[in-house]
Design a binder for this molecule. Structure first.
Ligand code: SAM
Length: 231
């Protein structure tokens, strides 16, 4: 899979890509994440990526020219390489809310472009002409789309075959079958008088699975009953 992140603040996304699962996935050649600095696609001396809003009001707006130049360059290069862009996603609080189902679906794509906004957002013409999907990571407003873009990258990449050491791990995580995950324990078996449930130390795997299923259902009923009534 290839993911291109388009941003005015590339430094904000670089760090997380260099650690843990994302780094290992890239090292294994399972994902190729490229970060593009919008300033590299400006043509003026000041490398300006934002401007005042028409109609006045607070906040700057990301200019259309560098965004069009950057995304069209990615699209042309990808097409020439035989791996065309499947989706151009704009991270925005007024988009469709990201969830596990969307992560699952996006993990089946081969090439995604993620556009991070800033200030008041991007010029509407970018959204009208270039963007195929608008995604929010929740009902709150962040300063920029970089963290939301990383949220998508992390949630998607960990689903790619070969990325997690144990392929079944992601399948038993919360939300995969509309259930929250069961409690987990590790050594020591007793810590400050708190013990691990006997069943987990029994070695009886059918019983352990039945206990986990019951715990998942119980937790989901208590915390997220809405998940159980989804169609
Ligand atoms: N004026 C915009 C609005 O009210 O919808 C908010 C702009 S926000 C300050 C700046 C940028 O942060 C957005 O363009 C978007 O890329 C990103 N952003 C902020 N909150 C987000 C969220 N919940 N989900 C996805 N992206 C978000």
């Amino acid at each position: 899979m290839r993911i291109d992140i388009v941003t005015a603040l590339p430094g904000l996304v670089a760090g997380p890509l260099e650690h843990s699962i994302l780094r290992r996935a890239a090292q294994k050649g399972l994902v190729d994440v490229r970060v593009h600095d919008l300033r590299d696609y400006t043509t003026d001396r000041h490398r300006q990526v934002d401007d005042y809003p028409f109609g006045g009001g607070a906040g700057m707006v990301l200019k259309p020219e560098p965004i069009f130049a950057c995304i069209e360059a990615i699209q042309q290069e990808a097409e020439a390489a035989g791996a065309p862009v499947d989706e151009v996603i704009y991270l925005t609080p007024d988009g469709e809310v990201f969830d596990q189902e969307m992560a699952n679906r996006l993990s089946l794509r081969r090439h995604l472009v993620l556009l991070a906004g800033h200030y008041k957002g991007v010029d509407q013409r970018v959204r009208d002409a270039l963007i195929t999907r608008e995604v929010s990571i929740g009902d709150y407003v962040l300063s920029g789309g970089e963290l939301p873009a990383l949220v998508l990258v992390d949630a998607i990449v960990r689903l790619l075959p070969g990325v997690l050491g144990d392929a079944t791990s992601a399948l038993s995580d919360s939300f995969q079958d509309r259930l929250l995950d069961a409690p987990v324990y590790t050594r020591p078996a007793e810590f400050r008088g708190m013990t691990v449930p006997d069943v987990l130390r029994s070695g009886d795997h059918p019983r352990i699975e039945a206990w986990r299923d019951a715990e998942r259902l119980k937790k989901t009923r208590e915390r997220r009953p809405d998940l159980l009534s989804r169609p």
